[in-house]
Design a protein around this ligand. Structure first.
Ligand SMILES: *Cc1c(COP(=O)(O)O)cnc(C)c1O
Length: 457
């Protein structure tokens, strides 16, 4: 059975973000079950889920109450359309989302992936200005995003992306984007000077806005941490600084909390930490605790009201996905939020965040660890060949990939982002499990990098 599935996997599947030539040379990991913080393969090997199954899991796998919420909803109905009609879980969830997100966000538009939540925010922002005053705002057709931005993989969300590796090849297909710097303190300043980095980036943004604000519909940002860029943590004051500049120059601010939302940075939402209320707000990954594909784009009454009019005025937002507001997904999302509150999940993170901080400090002493970045329950360990020059290992060595293979052998699953090893434990992980996870990751990095250092790269 297992051999058969391994063979069919290689024969029939095309895995995302995966070089299939390399993949087919290795033994695939086929997950069969999950329990709590663990993923379990077909041989019964258990692995600590070190990347929250790609940044989505909140309460652990195979959670009794989440399973039950799904089962109960399935026994009523799985799906009916939101195009012109309503359903119960999507109404209850929308009300809840408005209550728990930053003040001023009052309307919820559903979709089914982070990329689509961004796509929707961009289209709403663009159309908003056209509806508000088509003549005065005729030029507001562009978006600002950060140098290393990642907002998803659809063509619109790729247009606001800034990662050459993923995005450059598609550039002829994309709409125009204006770029502001990523506050990448480690690589922008010689001595990790957050203050200097902060001012440099905000000043550049202000220069950009001074010159171009009349052409800019919106600015999109990942609050506090740029995940896919390599867990790049912003200096304190950066997010609120961006908010102030957006207001000053009449540009809509879009917060993409797809990765950082639902407790990941130590607060329910990242924007809370700098008292920021964006004009548009995207959420997905943690929304259903890792159970179902669901996303939401929230916005203000000010933006929403611009779309109101008689049918013949053509102010309607002509956008919708078939599974918008799916009942199964909304029911699980409601239960997710209920459990976060009932289990006091957010306060319970503080002890884990402190343990991560303490243990990660020792990673920094390893000879090939250049930088360690952490915000709440998300961390990145950046490997370098040389700490002075900050040069990374050449890609043909696949050092980061080898680290994750070593970690897998030891009982931890994660996935690197370029030179950065990702640590994103399931939020409900126990202190004991977290300690083991950190130790296994430390050992994996140590063993693999030492091997490469001796091979005279
Ligand atoms: C993952 C991610 C997305 C895309 O979400 P998908 O569900 O994969 O489409 C968008 N923005 C950020 C910040 C993300 O981390």
């Amino acid at each position: 059975m297992k051999e058969q599935l391994e063979q069919w996997d290689k024969e029939y599947l095309w895995h995302p973000f995966t070089q299939m030539k390399q993949y087919r040379q290795e033994t695939p990991l086929i997950i069969e079950r999950g329990k709590g913080s663990y993923l379990i393969d077909m041989d019964g090997n258990a692995y600590l889920d070190g990347y929250s199954s790609l940044w989505v899991n909140v309460h652990g796998h195979n959670h009794h109450e989440l399973n039950e919420a799904l089962r109960q909803q399935a026994e009523k109905i799985a799906h009916s359309t939101l195009l012109g009609s309503a359903n119960i879980p999507s109404i209850l969830l929308a009300k809840k989302l408005v209550e728990i997100t930053p003040p001023g966000l009052n309307k919820v538009f559903y979709s089914d992936a982070g990329s689509t939540s961004v796509e929707i925010a961009l289209k709403i922002a663009y159309q908003y200005w056209k509806l508000k005053d088509p003549i005065r705002y005729a030029q507001k057709n562009k978006f600002i995003s950060l140098k290393e931005a990642y907002h998803g993989d659809t063509v619109g969300s790729v247009s606001v992306g800034g990662m050459d590796l993923y995005h450059k090849i598609f550039s002829p297909l994309l709409f125009e984007r204006l770029e502001m710097p990523t506050p990448y303190t480690y690589r922008m300043t010689p001595d990790n000077d957050e203050e200097a980095c902060l001012h440099m980036c905000l000043n550049q943004l202000e220069d950009l806005l001074k010159e171009h604000h009349e052409e800019v519909a919106g600015l999109i940002i990942e609050p506090l941490v740029q995940g896919a860029a390599g867990m790049v943590t912003a200096p304190d004051g950066f997010l609120s600084g961006v908010r102030e500049l957006c207001t000053k120059y009449n540009v809509l601010m879009i917060a993409d909390e797809v990765a950082v939302g639902f407790g990941r940075t130590g607060t329910l939402f990242a924007c809370e930490q700098e008292n920021v209320s964006p004009d548009l707000f995207c959420m997905a990954k943690g929304l259903t605790a890792g159970y179902m594909p669901l996303a939401a784009t929230l916005t203000t009454n000010e933006v929403f009201n611009a779309f109101l009019g008689e049918p013949e005025e053509m102010k309607t937002f002509y956008h919708g996905h078939t599974y918008t507001g799916n009942q199964l997904a909304c029911a699980v999302a409601l239960k997710n939020i209920e459990l976060i509150e009932k289990n006091k999940l957010i306060p319970s993170l503080q002890e884990k965040i402190a343990l991560m901080k303490e243990k990660l400090a020792s990673f920094k002493e390893l000879p090939f660890v250049g930088d360690v970045r952490q915000r709440g329950m998300m961390a990145g360990i950046e490997l370098v060949m040389n700490k002075e020059t900050k040069e990374i290992f050449p890609s043909h060595l696949q050092v980061e990939h080898q680290v994750t293979l070593e970690a897998r052998k030891r009982g931890v699953l994660t996935r690197p982002l370029g030179p950065v090893i990702v640590l994103m434990p399931v939020l409900s992980i126990s202190i004991d499990e977290l300690g083991q996870l950190l130790q296994m990751l430390y050992d994996s990095i140590k063993v693999v990098t030492e091997k490469f250092s001796h091979s005279n790269v």
